[in-house]
Ligand binder design. Sequence first.
Ligand SMILES: O=C(O)COP(=O)(O)O
Ligand SMILES: [Mg+2]
Length: 222
Amino acid sequence: MDIKHLKAFAFDLDGTLSDSIADLAGAANRMRAALGMPPLDQARIQSHVGDGIASLVHRALTDERDGAADPALWEQGYTLFVTEYAAHLCDHTRLYPGVLDGLQLLKTLQLPLAVVTNKSERLAVPLLQKLGIADLFSLVIGGDTLTEKKPSGLPVRHAAAVMGVEASQLGMVGDSVNDVKAARAAGAVAVAVSYGYEDVATLEADVVVDSLAQLYDLMKNG
Ligand SMILES: O=C(O)COP(=O)(O)O
Ligand SMILES: [Mg+2]
């Protein structure tokens, strides 16, 4: 698909802008240790990421994708997880190659940029600051900012409205099925990165890029 008509972009955070798994897994395993549970493999925790912190805590406590922890245990786990994660947001978390260049180049095309993540807003904003890219975005929508999170189209539609473009002129760039579904629900263009946490072949995105630098190239040169 030709994407030169796009006038703004929204980016997912975990798995798209930054590789956050080591710090998410660290916090999840320190939460488990505090509750007397053995650690989980990082790959296992990676499979539990994508639907926000509340669901990650359920899954990290039960080690099941559809797991629902006992409410009292979940309360305890949630407090432990958020405390641990907030204290170690960016110990190992790094931008993927091409992200900083790609974002800066997109800005040279005068395109407004947003972050639409399922991570809680109060964790996403400081992480973006620590990664040194917060100032590049016009707005940050977290999983708890609006009444619905991805795969709902609401945060994507909201991002388009705030940036003053039609949803059809917005590229939603992500690494997961939630990102593609949210883009579709909003009527935006679904762009997938090939390096994230989910298998890009299963996502059925409109466009696949190997880096954000390549996204700039498609905008500039088609
Ligand atoms: O924190 C999560 O569960 C997912 O975050 P993301 O939407 O930025 O991938
Ligand atoms: Mg993601």
